[in-house]
Design a binder for this molecule. Structure first.
Ligand SMILES: [Zn+2]
Length: 250
């Protein structure tokens, strides 16, 4: 995943959405599937894992590469794609975080992991683990957030994508939401953005080596977890896969 947002929904629950940017030679992913243990996620056939998932407890997961950190230091390397599949059965951030605390992270190349869960009354909390090959940093966020990563032209990509995010009504505080914002439309606008131009630095990425290859949008409401998956850049019109699970009380 290369650009991810988490947005609290004023009507309850929250959304996690993301564009996956990949190199042209990487195999096409298998579209999302409902797995037996109450989770929905697509599968990357190259690594056998995934970059995003949702589960029946209303938790959502996203994994980004941490390109700012050095690579090649990991030992007995395990694909980062397996991080989420190892965590997807947890029913709370607390439980998942406790598990990760026991892991030896030196087997993974640098990454940023996001885990979001609905707050009891309203809103969303996100756990973020940043692994830079030597140290782990954990922080928590309540409300909306955006995380992006880019292997090339990283500084420019961060600058323009952050600017686009700040301009989006989705990045605002709760008060901004009390107007009538259509979250779906605002997510379309943000993830399909070719700002400042259709290129390797825009949110909807179009590069010579790597481009946005899919878009995933997860909605967690009081009683349901639904996943919308489009196997193309968001700026293209292709049929999406839609799946849903009944949400279980955690
Ligand atoms: Zn595009």
């Amino acid at each position: 995943m290369c650009t991810v947002v988490v947005v609290a929904d004023p009507s309850g629950g929250y959304w996690m959405a993301g564009n996956r940017d990949e190199a042209r030679w990487r195999s096409a992913a298998k579209p999302p599937h409902v797995f037996e243990h109450g989770a929905i996620y697509p599968v990357d056939p190259d690594g056998g894992g995934t970059w995003t998932a949702a589960n029946q407890w209303g938790l959502c997961f996203s994994l980004l590469n941490n390109y700012q950190a050095p690579t090649g230091l990991a030992r007995d390397v395990v694909s980062r794609g397996h991080i989420i599949t190892r965590l997807v059965e947890h029913n709370s951030i607390a439980s998942a975080a406790q598990s990760i605390d026991q892991w030896t992270l030196t087997q993974f190349e640098p990454f940023v992991l996001l885990i979001a869960e609905p707050l009891a009354l309203k809103g969303v909390r996100t756990y973020r683990l940043t692994w830079d090959a030597t140290t782990r940093k954990i922080d928590y966020n309540e409300g909306s957030l955006m995380q992006t990563s880019a292997a090339m032209a990283s500084e420019q990509a961060h600058r323009w994508r952050n600017q686009k995010w700040r301009e989006s009504p989705l990045s605002g505080t709760r008060e901004h939401f009390d107007g009538d914002i259509n979250i779906d439309t605002s997510l379309d606008e943000f993830f399909g953005a070719h700002h400042p131009q259709r290129s390797l630095i825009s949110v909807c990425k179009h590069g010579l080596i790597a481009s946005t290859v899919s878009h995933t949008r997860i909605r967690v409401s009081a009683d349901q977890v639904s996943v919308h998956y489009q196997a193309s850049a968001p700026c293209k019109q292709v049929e999406a896969v839609q799946l849903a699970l009944a949400r279980q009380p955690s």
